[in-house]
Design a binder for this molecule. Sequence first.
Ligand SMILES: [Ca+2]
Ligand SMILES: [Ca+2]
Length: 202
Amino acid sequence: MGNSKSGALSKEILEDLKLNTKYSESELVTWYQTFLKECPSGRITKEQFEGIYASFFPDADSTDYARHVFRSFDTNADGTLDFKEYIVALHLTSSGKTTRKLEWAFSLYDVDGNGTISKNEIQDIVTAIFNMTPSEDQKHLPDDESTPEKRTNKIWNYFGKDESDKIKEGEFIQGVMDNVDILRLMQYDEPQKIRDKLKEKK
Ligand SMILES: [Ca+2]
Ligand SMILES: [Ca+2]
């Protein structure tokens, strides 16, 4: 990040982002300037990120979910999102190709990052999603999806797994692509809203 303090976007990062996202050089440069205005340090902290979610879900508890999403975007695990991680995240949640998006979903669910998903990890994320769902909406859920435990069991059964089994990445992606119901149960649609919120600032 040698150049971040000087206000210029380094050539390597710019070239890398142009290659790996659909964004043009001028879009990236403009976003970088806005990003630096919002985050003069050139980094988004976990607290700031949680704050963005909290402002969007004033009536629910989004902290756990925001923390998981933050972890999945913080690819170098240094506890902050730099501009590159931020742009890749935006790209992934908005216009990324399906497989890339599902790889990201896998990393969201692989809480301990060991390359497989356990039933407990599914329940962690499903619970975090539940905490963000207004109780009024929860009342209308089908009976076999109405608690985090039930929803986790349903997902687990779709994958045909025993209690202590693990799901590997290829299996996860295939399962979600083959069964739209799994996708519906596992994802929360809000990255779209958060993205719009983040974009408002530009
Ligand atoms: Ca980072
Ligand atoms: Ca894991």
